[in-house]
Unconditional design. Sequence first.
Length: 493
Amino acid sequence: MNRKVPRMAGILMPIASLPSKDGVGSFGKEAYRFVDFLADAGVQMWQVLPLNPLGYGNSPYQPYSSYAGDELYIDLDLLMEDGYLFESRETLPNTGRIDYDRARSHKLPYLKEAFKRFEGLSAEKNAFDEFCKQSWVYQYAVFITLKKHNGMRCWNEWPDAQRDWTPESDFDLSSYENEIRFNMFLQYLFYKQWNALKRYANGKGILMVGDVPFYVGIDSLDVWQARDNFLLDEKGYPTFIAGVPPDYFSATGQRWGNPIYDWEKMEKDKFRFWIDRLQYSARLYDIVRIDHFRAFDTYWKIPSSCETAMVGEWLEAPGYAFFDRLLEELPDIWLIAEDLGELRPEVLVLRDAYGLPGMNVAQFSLPDTDAVKKNQVIYTGTHDNQTVIGWYEEMDTEARLKINRSLDGEGRKGKSFSYRMLHYVMNSDADYAIVPVSDLLELDDSARINTPGTVGSPNWEWRLTELESLISRKDFLKEMIISSKRMPISKTE
């Protein structure tokens, strides 16, 4: 996986956080305007959060499927252009917070209308039929259909015949046929619009960086249809769950609730579950960031009966066997390893054995400027951090003095704290430098995306109401990228 790359600059911007008139960001006009801004500023990477169907707490890291996309991101105006909607429709106020339930309720009637018109047209039938040949499409449509008919309860609480459904079972789905086809249609629209946006970005020399959670949620197609890959009891409930022990973010640790993999079984079938998952992600994105990479080395195993993550044990995973197999099947996959937190040295040895770039978050590593390495992705902060302004405002005097001394290098004295942080990250030795859009705009913690260890509002709800303030910083960003010698890559055809 070692590759020679030019020094590159990127922006972290969730699709959901884009402005729109439908309550949540989408693959529509504002996404294309954002790509134009990136290209004009010389940015080469756009990092997004997972695009899978949002699960518990509207978290993109607890999705209902590793393959399906969330219909929230389907743009209604693009459906009008394709002839699936009429010109007149209602809109939602363009506020700075996402109301997920309201956005879904608002979009659903229009998506149903588009489906009716699609069924009456034949222009895309071949493309739709070809898309539906992927086995996960039908399975996900069945999963989400049955889930809705069961009050959105987890599959392990469904009636036995539905809980144990497989494509080979004799359970009669005929009464759900139209709804299943509608959900397949939504997946077709999602991937059609996403792929068009990605092609547009690639054509302007921008690589799309996706994010793959290490674990999958118990309430997911992944677990429902592949239970033998997980440590579950006979009723489908996890016997052990994932998380991390007490850390920087939480004194009681983080109890994520995801089921633990049965690594012994996975190794016997040559890690088919994981390889298929990453192969599909590599089709969606140019670069794939694996969240919680350290669990390929050692993972925290919590008894499901424990209410916190304080009780558990570290166990070794077959990381080398997995990556050897992955490279055999996907030698060109481009990965980033999220290697943050308190790690044993063996995690970094595993990462370096395959030449994977790790991560450096300036909020964690400063004032240690020597922590920055060439084969790294350096961030001012990630979606899990405070904004740099919020972080600075909460520092005590001594901490501020230490950080300021480390940032007062050439070209940074007398500048704002945000400027100095961006300058430090862009001019570092790291091959990749990525900045959250909130830090580029110098926003406070009202623009924080997520606080680890907490669930629900206001997590995942922040978004921009307009792009003009961002576009006005184009020349500033372009000058910083050029001065740091992070030159744009060649545009793809």
